[in-house]
Unconditional design. Structure first.
Lengths: 316, 280
C-alpha cells in the first residue's frame, strides 16, 4: 500500500503546498511519483531519522504538514524520543509513515522487522495509530485524516496489491469493522485482526467453517484510547476473544484490548496471537508468520482451543 | 552596534543576571552556573531578534537547546513582558508551568527542550520553513559546548549547510565544562570551530560576555551559510565563587552566598559597562 499512499499524497500535495514529504533516504521506486509531481515539497533527509523528525516538528510548528517516511524500525524506533518530545509533546501535525509491519522484510532479518512500534507509541498517548487493512483503506485513511490537528502514525504494508473485498460490506464502527457473515449460526468466539492480518482471519474462518465452527471477524484499523474502549465494549458480548497482529504480543493491539476488556469487567477468555519472540532464522514473511503462530493455521488452533476450553468449562 | 543599543542590551543582561540569582535563591534550585554562562548571549539574542518574543506568525524563532539554563530565558521573557512577575515567581514551584527545563506550551517557548541535542534539529525545521515560505525571519539557537557530544547535532548541522539555511544562527555556549568535569577530559572539543567549519558553516568565535561583539555577529547580514558563533563564556560568570566551579551546576545558594553573589554581579555589571565605554 506504499504506492497508493504516495500516489494519494501527491494528489493532495498538488493542491496543498503545506504538505511536505521527508524520506530517510528510502523508498526507491515508490517515492519518485511524489518527487516528480511535487519536487519542491520533497526532501531526502539522508540516513538521519532523528533529524528528520526534529525538522518535521519545526516545519509543523510553522504550519506545514510534514510526512516522515522510512521502514518502521527507522521511522519509529530510531527517532523514538524525538517523536515523544517533538510532535507529541507539542501536539503538531507530523505524520510518521512506517513501512513493513511484522516480518514483511523477511530475509532482511530482525533489524528490519516492525515488531515494537505500536507498543512504543501507544505508551506515549497523544498520537493516533492508523493500520489500514488494504490499499483502498490506506487511501481513504489518508484522504480523511491528513489534515487533522495532532500527530498521526501510519503503519503501512509493502503489499501494493492487497485488497480485502470483504471490508466493503463490513459494518464500520469508526476505528474497527465487523465483517459480514453468511448464515445465522451463532458465533461464540470473536477473532480481532489488526490491519491486513484480517486476510489470515478470513482464511481461518473458511477453514473453521468446514468443522462447523463459526467465528465473528473484526478488523482493527485505528489504535487510540477511544477506539480501543469501544472495541472492548463490542467484543465483551462474546464468550472468547482471539487477537491477531503482526506485532509483539507485548504492548500491541491485543494488549490494549486486554487492558480495556479487563477494566470493562467482562471476564472474557482471551488469547493474543502475534510475535512472542523473533525467530533466530530468516525466511519469507509467510514462513515467519507461521513460525510465530499468527497465520490462518495459528488462528484456527487458537479458536479450537478456546472452543474446547469453553465446552469443558460448561460441562463441569 | 550603536551606543544606545549596547546600553540597552547590557541593561537587559544586568536584569536577567539579577533575576537568575533571585529566582534560583527563592526556589532553592541549582543550574545557576549554566544560566549565568548564557546571560549575555540571551540578552544579545532578544535585542538582535526582538520579534522572537512576540506572537506574530512571521516572527523570528528562538530555541534554548541547553534547556537546563531555562531560568535565563524565563528572566528575559519577564524583562520583555511576556511572563508576569507572578508567573516567574512560581518557577520550580508545585503546579508551576515553569520548570528547570522549558515546557512546551509556555508563552515565549518555541520548543520544549531538556533532552540535549534536540533543539537544533527543531530549529533547522523552523529555518527551513522560513526559507520555503520566502520569509526573512531568523531562527536563533543557544546550545552548550557539551551538547555537541550528541550525534544528532551533526545530523542537523549537515542538513542545515546542505540546504543553505542562512537564516539560522547558533550560539555555542563554550564554557568548557560539562556535567561531570571539563570537556577537555571527557570528549575534547578544543577544535570545535574546525568541526563546524568542516560541516560548511560560517564560524565566528568571540568573547561570550561582550554583548557588543555578540550583537554584531548576530545582526550581520545573513548569507547562504548557516552561522555559528562559538561564544567563549565563563561558567558561573559574574559570581566570584561560582566561576568555573563545577558544583554550581547543581548547588543552590544559601542566604550568605546569595548576598555575596548579588554584590558580585553589581560590580561586574558596572565594570562591564565601564569597559565597553572605554573601548569606544
Amino acid at each position: 500500500m506504499r504506492n497508493i499512499f504516495l500516489q494519494t499524497l501527491a494528489e493532495l500535495a498538488v493542491d496543498h503546498s503545506e504538505i511536505m514529504f521527508l524520506t530517510g533516504d528510502l523508498g526507491f521506486g515508490v517515492v519518485e511519483q511524489f518527487k516528480d509531481r511535487c519536487p519542491n515539497q520533497f526532501i531526502n533527509m539522508g540516513a538521519a531519522e532523528q533529524n528528520m523528525v526534529g525538522v518535521a516538528t519545526g516545519l509543523a510548528s510553522r504550519g506545514f504538514v510534514p510526512f516522515t517516511y522510512s521502514i518502521i524500525n527507522f521511522s519509529v524506533l530510531r527517532p523514538l524520543e524525538f517523536i515523544r518530545n517533538g510532535p507529541i509533546a507539542h501536539q503538531v501535525p507530523v505524520r510518521i509513515v512506517g513501512v513493513g509491519p511484522g516480518y514483511e522484510y523477511g530475509s532482511n532479518g530482525p533489524t528490519h522487522y516492525g515488531v515494537e512500534d505500536i507498543a512504543c507509541l501507544r505508551s506515549f498517548g497523544g498520537i493516533d495509530i492508523h493500520v489500514p487493512a488494504d490499499v483502498h483503506r490506506a487511501r481513504a485513511a489518508l484522504l480523511r485524516d491528513w489534515n487533522s490537528p495532532g500527530p498521526i502514525y501510519f503503519r503501512l504494508s509493502k503489499d501494493d496489491k492487497l485488497v480485502i473485498p470483504e471490508l466493503h460490506d463490513a459494518t464500520d464502527h469508526s476505528g474497527f469493522s465487523v465483517l459480514a457473515r453468511q448464515g445465522d449460526a451463532p458465533a461464540r468466539t470473536v477473532v480481532v485482526c489488526l490491519g491486513s492480518s484480517i486476510e489470515e482471519g478470513l482464511k481461518a474462518r473458511r477453514l473453521l467453517s468446514r468443522s462447523n465452527v463459526e467465528i465473528e471477524l473484526v478488523c482493527v484499523e485505528m489504535i487510540n484510547d477511544d477506539a480501543i474502549t469501544r472495541l472492548a465494549a463490542y467484543v465483551a458480548t462474546y464468550d472468547s476473544v482471539v487477537t491477531v497482529e503482526a506485532h509483539s504480543v507485548r504492548g500491541g493491539m491485543g494488549s490494549a484490548l486486554s487492558e480495556a476488556l479487563g477494566e470493562h469487567g467482562g471476564g472474557r477468555r482471551l488469547k493474543r496471537l502475534g510475535i512472542q519472540s523473533v525467530p533466530n532464522f530468516i525466511g519469507t514473511q509467510k514462513t515467519l508468520d507461521a513460525a510465530s503462530g499468527f497465520d490462518a493455521n495459528g488462528i484456527v488452533a487458537a479458536v479450537e482451543l478456546m472452543t474446547h476450553d469453553a465446552a469443558a468449562e460448561s460441562s463441569r | 552596534m550603536n551606543l544606545h543599543a549596547v546600553d540597552q542590551t547590557t541593561a537587559t543582561a544586568t536584569q536577567i543576571r539579577r533575576t537568575v540569582l533571585e529566582q534560583s535563591f527563592r526556589a532553592g534550585v541549582g543550574h545557576i552556573g549554566s544560566a549565568l554562562s548564557i546571560v549575555d548571549l540571551v540578552a544579545a539574542v532578544v535585542h538582535a531578534f526582538p520579534t522572537c518574543v512576540t506572537e506574530e506568525d512571521r516572527r523570528d524563532r528562538f530555541v534554548l537547546s541547553k534547556g537546563h539554563a531555562s531560568l535565563a530565558w524565563y528572566a528575559a521573557l519577564e524583562a520583555a513582558g511576556v511572563l508576569s512577575r507572578e508567573v516567574l515567581d512560581s518557577f520550580c514551584g508545585d503546579g508551576s508551568t515553569l520548570g528547570v527545563h522549558p515546557e512546551p506550551h509556555t508563552p515565549g517557548v518555541d520548543f520544549g527542550s531538556g533532552s540535549l541535542g534536540m533543539g537544533l534539529s527543531f530549529a533547522v525545521g523552523t529555518a527551513l520553513a522560513s526559507k520555503l515560505r520566502g520569509e526573512t525571519s531568523r531562527t536563533a539557537v543557544i546550545m552548550s559546548d557539551a551538547e555537541c557530544n550528541e550525534g544528532i547535532v551533526w545530523e542537523s548541522a549537515a542538513f542545515a549547510a546542505q540546504h543553505q539555511l542562512g537564516g539560522l544562527v547558533v550560539l555555542v555556549d563554550d564554557n568548557k565544562q560539562q556535567a561531570l568535569g571539563a570537556t577537555s577530559g571527557i570528549l575534547d572539543q578544543s577544535r570545535l570551530d574546525e568541526r563546524w567549519r568542516a560541516f560548511g558553516w560560517d564560524v565566528r568565535t568571540c568573547d561570550g560576555h561582550d554583548v557588543s561583539v555578540l550583537s554584531d555577529h548576530l545582526r550581520a547580514e545573513p548569507t547562504t551559510q548557516p552561522r555559528v558563533i562559538i561564544a567563549q563564556t565563563i561558567f558561573g560568570f559574574g559570581v566570584s565563587y561560582m566561576e568555573r566551579e563545577l558544583p554550581w551546576h547543581y548547588r543552590p545558594m544559601n542566604r550568605k552566598q546569595f548576598d555575596i553573589a548579588m554584590n558580585d554581579i553589581a560590580q561586574i555589571d558596572t565594570a562591564q559597562i565601564d569597559t565597553e565605554r572605554d573601548a569606544r
